[in-house]
Design a protein around this ligand. Structure first.
Ligand code: 5GP
Ligand code: MG
Length: 177
């Protein structure tokens, strides 16, 4: 197997900082902005964005978490379908700008499920999407508003996202057969 590093720890830090600035710029501050991380790694990323935004803007935006798992937890399967297991959204989504946060955007099916789940909670003003890696191969008409990096991948490639909170270090690498 061939391994190629896409982001090292410093790269990741810069990318998350930029995304935080983009969110603040887009919303002219973060009034009425809330983050919803897709567990597991999207949740950690949402908290990192929350921390960055707090540092830059002095405001602590609400963060929720959504547990959405792919059926049999296998994204390499064609036409996998995500199942929403649980959501921890302890703030009102009504009239809020909800930013979904995930580590990797692939077919878009997980985010579609997340949008459905968010809309079960109320009526957000807008739903946006932030992802660390867009690896292409969308199966739905959906895109990210904030993205760390765009990667041209083969369908069979594996993108590995490691976050210190969960994996002991910060790195993104791609593995090819
Ligand atoms: P989608 O639903 O867009 O096909 O896949 C997105 C979800 O599956 C994300 O929650 C992401 O964590 C996971 N995923 C999809 N492809 C990859 C990948 O190449 N690497 C990693 N680490 N996760 C992926
Ligand atoms: Mg995931």
């Amino acid at each position: 197997k061939k391994r190629r590093t896409i982001l090292n720890a410093e790269d990741m830090e810069r990318v998350i900082t930029r995304m935080a600035y983009e969110i603040i710029e887009t919303h002219r501050g973060v009034k009425d902005v809330a983050l919803a991380g897709i567990m597991t790694r999207g949740d950690f990323l949402a908290h990192r964005l929350q921390e960055k935004i707090l540092k830059i803007e002095g405001v602590k935006v609400p963060v929720g978490a959504m547990d959405i798992n792919l059926y049999r937890d296998d994204w390499t399967q064609i036409s996998h379908y995500p199942v929403v297991r649980a959501s921890k959204i302890s703030f009102s989504v009504d009239n809020q700008n909800i930013i979904l946060v995930d580590d990797v955007l692939f077919t878009g099916r997980t985010i579609r499920a997340a949008m459905d789940a968010i809309m079960d909670f109320g009526r957000p003003a807008r739903i946006e999407l932030a992802v660390l890696v867009d690896r292409g191969h969308r199966e739905l008409p959906l895109q990210a508003d904030y993205k760390g990096t765009t990667l041209a991948t083969l369908h069979s490639d594996m993108v590995n996202v490691c976050l210190s909170e969960h994996d002991g270090k910060d790195t993104v690498f791609i593995e090819q057969e």
